[in-house]
Design a protein around this ligand. Structure first.
Ligand SMILES: [Fe+2]
Ligand SMILES: [Fe+2]
Length: 167
């Protein structure tokens, strides 16, 4: 790997993380009654997304949709079958109950992503798109639900109001 390839990878990871960190900081500013600071964090967060997208393009990290789906399914499979099970065990041993709960929910949702991507791979391999559906996401744990928001989230138990429709 050339220096620039290494640098693009490092920069992409940094910008991607900064995007999420600034969104978390923005939520905190909202909670503290500082809506304009919150907006400032969102302005920077949006820019970090633009930077990350430019970097992933420059490193050739986006290929055909079928290749992207294969990369995505491998990532979700690794996370749901190896990485998070190990993280959950570590967190249990270290009595980190908040981390145990977070990782447990995440592992389930990554498993759902894996299954979504597998179905998508079947369709795209036949030259077809997936069926058009409405999706709702639990804003507490990330669980995706098709067609309508459920009474309670099957992963984390959050009520219907926690679900947000995905555009
Ligand atoms: Fe995922
Ligand atoms: Fe949930």
């Amino acid at each position: 790997m050339s220096n620039t390839d290494e640098n693009l990878k490092t920069a992409f990871e940094g910008e991607s993380q900064a995007n999420r960190r600034y969104l978390a900081f923005s939520n905190q500013a909202e909670e503290e009654g500082l809506p304009n600071i919150a907006r400032l964090f969102r302005v920077a967060a949006e820019a970090e997304t633009v930077h990350a997208l430019n970097e992933i393009a420059a490193m050739g990290g986006v290929r055909s949709t079928l290749e992207n789906l294969n990369e995505a399914v491998n990532g979700e499979e690794y996370e749901s079958t190896q990485m998070y099970p190990k993280f959950i065990e570590d967190a249990k041993k270290e009595d980190r109950s908040e981390a145990v709960l977070a990782f447990t929910w995440i592992r389930k949702v990554e498993n759902e992503h894996m299954n979504m991507y597998r179905q998508a791979i079947d369709q795209v391999s036949k030259g077809e798109d997936v069926e058009e559906k409405e999706y709702y996401i639990c804003m507490n744990c990330g669980h995706p639900e098709e067609f309508a928001a459920p009474e309670r989230c099957p992963v984390c138990g959050a009520p219907r109001e926690m679900f947000k429709k995905v555009d």
